[in-house]
Ligand binder design. Structure first.
Ligand code: FNR
Length: 366
């Protein structure tokens, strides 16, 4: 269908399901075991109700904000997702091109299908587009060290260290559908292939990740990375607090789109836990969330509950099915949904986001 007939994130997902290869759909859409977390990620947003305040002047609304020191056009970013080339030959490069006008930050996966030095130059340097890099710590530490040096040389100032997958979740659809044309991930040197257990791209690609990385190893990360560090995949308030105590610049509350531990909680529950148990950390580091965000209203709820910005993974993959224009169109849709939700709730600037605009009764007590 023509791009402009698509009017929401679900439309992009539906088109992807019908048009991409079975293997690509299996890899992108799958999640671990019974996919409960993947599905509840979306469902839980409907357990939060807005408390709109009316009769305010809301004719002009701004979605601009800042994230990790960068001015951004909307409070959402591209969560790192592997292998965008499976859906479009320009993959992560077209995601970058589609993000530049609105200033949507892109966090490039360690398992991206292009190396970072090909993705960053896809947009003009003078735009100073915010790129972040997501690191999986390699069992062979020197490989990660070399990669971090290479990333720093691309003018990337922040890494997201993903910690929710010391081992990979059991993603059954991904295992069932066999790999036909193997691809490699240039920054981790893994190639996708079938083995005795099946075609699980996530599992096979994740072989290099060090399952013995612990809190103490952040000293190693600091030694080899001078920029900011965001810890991705935090799933309870105690660990979020630990990140703040360790002086991290951010945490991304995330269950990896339900792809690792099934029945781990939707990010909105983790966010509420933090608000109730360690409210002081919100002024110490930036808190991000991802998983199941598909609507402008979902984003607004997260911001009202204290998030600085939110990430989306699958939606950007499904948008780049239509290349750069698909990504642009998708961003326009979500931005517009957010503007409408803000005006209807009664705010005109994201600095006015406040917990009083969300009724959390269905989720209490956390
Ligand atoms: C991911 N995700 C992910 N995370 C990460 O830290 N490194 C990675 O390489 C990947 N790869 C990846 C591939 C695919 C196909 C998906 C769907 C996801 C997780 C991602 O960053 C994010 O946490 C989730 O995608 C968020 O959930 P939604 O937005 O997809 O519902």
């Amino acid at each position: 269908p023509p791009l402009h007939s698509l009017i929401n994130a679900q439309d992009f997902e539906d088109v992807a399901e019908r048009t991409i290869t079975k293997k690509t759909w299996a890899f992108y859409s799958s999640a671990s075991t019974d996919c409960i977390t993947r599905d509840k990620n979306r469902e839980y947003f409907s357990k939060l109700w807005f408390r709109p305040r009316l009769l305010r002047s809301v004719g002009k609304v701004s979605t601009k904000t800042t994230m990790l020191g960068h001015d951004i056009g909307v409070p959402f970013f591209v969560s790192p997702a592997a292998m965008a080339k499976m859906i479009h030959p320009e993959g992560e490069k077209d995601i970058a091109r589609g993000c530049v006008d609105v200033r949507v930050p892109q966090c490039v996966s360690n398992n991206a299908s292009f190396p970072i030095h090909e993705i960053v130059p896809a947009v003009p340097k003078e735009k100073q587009h915010p790129f972040f890099f997501q690191l999986y710590v390699n069992r062979e530490r020197e490989k990660s060290e070399a990669l971090l040096r290479h990333v720093a040389a691309q003018d990337v100032d922040t890494i997201f260290v993903t910690v929710d997958g010391p081992v990979q979740g059991k993603r059954e659809e991904d295992e069932r559908v066999k790999v036909e044309d193997g691809l490699t991930t240039p920054m981790s040197g893994q190639s996708t292939k079938n083995d005795r257990r099946g075609g699980g791209i996530g599992r096979i690609m994740g072989n290099y990740i060090d399952p013995n990385f612990t809190w103490d190893d952040f000293a190693w990360a600091r030694k080899h990375w001078r920029g900011k560090i965001v810890v991705k995949g935090i799933q309870c308030w105690q660990d979020a607090k630990k990140c703040a105590d360790l002086g991290m610049e951010g945490v991304l509350l995330s269950n990896h789109g339900g792809r690792n531990l099934d029945t781990s909680p939707p990010a909105i529950i983790i966010l509420l836990e933090c608000q109730r148990n360690c409210p002081e950390i919100f002024s110490k580091l930036e808190i991000f969330v991802d998983g199941g965000i598909r609507r402008g209203g979902d984003i607004l709820k997260c911001l009202c509950l204290g998030a600085t910005a939110v990430g989306m993974g699958r939606p950007f993959l499904y948008a780049v099915n239509y290349g750069e224009e698909g990504v642009q169109h998708f961003i326009d849709i979500v931005k517009q949904e957010l503007e409408i939700a803000m005006a209807l709730v009664g705010i005109t600037d994201l600095s006015q986001c406040d917990a009083k605009y969300v009724n959390t009764a269905e989720l209490d007590p956390i």
